[in-house]
Design a protein around this ligand. Sequence first.
Ligand SMILES: Cc1cc2nc3c(=O)[nH]c(=O)nc-3n(C[C@H](O)[C@H](O)[C@H](O)COP(=O)(O)OP(=O)(O)OC[C@H]3O[C@@H](n4cnc5c(N)ncnc54)[C@H](O)[C@@H]3O)c2cc1C
Length: 476
Amino acid sequence: MPSTAIVWLRRDLRLHDHPPLHAALAAHDHVVVAFVLDPAILTGRFASGPRTAFMLDALRELRDAVRERGGVLAIRHGRPEEELPRLAAELGAEAVYWASDATPYAMARDRGVREALAAADPPVGAVPGPGNFVADVGVPRTRGGRPFAVFTPFFRVWGTLDRRAVHRAPQAIPRPPGGITAGTIPSPADLGLADDLVGERAVEPGETAARAALQRWLDGPLPDYADQHDHVAAGSSALSPYLRFGCLSPRELEERAARRGGAGAEAFVRQLAWRDFYAHVLLHHPGDARHEHQERMRQLAWEDDAEGLRAWREGRTGFPLVDAGMRQLRASGWMHNRARLVVGSFLTKDLGIDWREGEAWFMRWLLDGDVASNNGNWQWIASVGVDPAPAFRRILNPTLQQQRHDPDGEYVRRWVPELRGVPDELLAEPWRMSDAQEDAAGCRVGRDYPAPIVDHKEERQRALARYRDVPAAASS
Ligand SMILES: Cc1cc2nc3c(=O)[nH]c(=O)nc-3n(C[C@H](O)[C@H](O)[C@H](O)COP(=O)(O)OP(=O)(O)OC[C@H]3O[C@@H](n4cnc5c(N)ncnc54)[C@H](O)[C@@H]3O)c2cc1C
């Protein structure tokens, strides 16, 4: 009797190097690829128009790619623990395969699905497997047997973990005979998201665009990555949205970069390890999704500054690099890592605003918005998370950062057009322009571009006091 399996896609929207798909095809005669539009994610805490639209487009492309291989992508809308047993019953499927994840929501959801499949009549097998990370993020342990809370020793162990083989895309995905309700992929408008999109996406969705971008990256800038990655106008791969939705496999990325060798590839693979690291942290510390990892820091006295928060969100702080980053985010759904650090430091240290405000704003707009990486990085820059360092080491001076990482002003001029005429030497401090210089630049500070909303030096001192004054009694 021929057997049928379901491969449940979640944030692994690809056919290349897809371990659950590979395993299902090896073990069953027929395979149906399925995706469940889950209202808990679409309308939940970190709902995002830009990210949902990106995902829907990636799904559309994937549906065609599956079809070209003779298969079917079944779209369902509802709770996975109800939809998957129902689909299994419709198909007579014996098992559901998926790639494991690390967030608290994913863990709870998958538990629910597993129980619902086991309770079905007849019971349906649940086969979680790898696919979302370079290595198995559940495995690394310190010598004392504990999960890691510091990156460098994690990285050392991570480098020694077993690696699975990288799989090719299947040539055929045989579907079961008989009719299957394929379901429809909604448009952003169908989901009420038409007004909640970014103007010009940083990257095009889908596996085809992802693989072309990867090839360009490997053939082009990769060797310079170690030196250039902090250059905000370029310098990094911009592959993160593809990793977020699994249009690219992180394991394949590691292998193909490592094969090129050299300092650039090494530095790039190290960054992929940060992604695994934050998944490892959240897997073992699900409470971090809501709270500071460092217990003592849960008592930090954050400022209630609605006006400052608004200026930050809109890119109107008067600090050009901060404003460029925030506007890039809103316009394209992406921001360079160095700019993320600078705007993160500015929000939490210069404005003293709770990092969760930044976390939520990033999750609303980032195409690569990822619960584990976003939370981990926000906690890092707010000096409240794992991989701790004294707060003063993570208070970034936005002026110096701009001079160092955007020396020719390419990034700031692109995203803050009112500053285009400001000469290079004043671009990081436009408030220092004389009246004559303002006239020549066609930009009057305070009218065409905001005056700085804070004095960085003073705020630095206030931030140091804020962290110093956290009561030690509650120390973890
Ligand atoms: C406040 C803040 C919030 C962030 N939120 C996210 C997020 O929601 N999603 C996300 O993917 N990254 C996040 N990052 C990490 C990092 O900024 C992005 O991964 C990176 O900018 C993506 O650009 P890229 O693909 O060009 O990176 P590259 O420099 O080309 O790096 C390659 C890949 O390595 C991974 N990576 C690199 N740096 C980090 C890092 N610090 N932490 C985790 N993974 C990393 C990413 O998957 C990235 O695509 C955040 C960083 C900060 C400071």
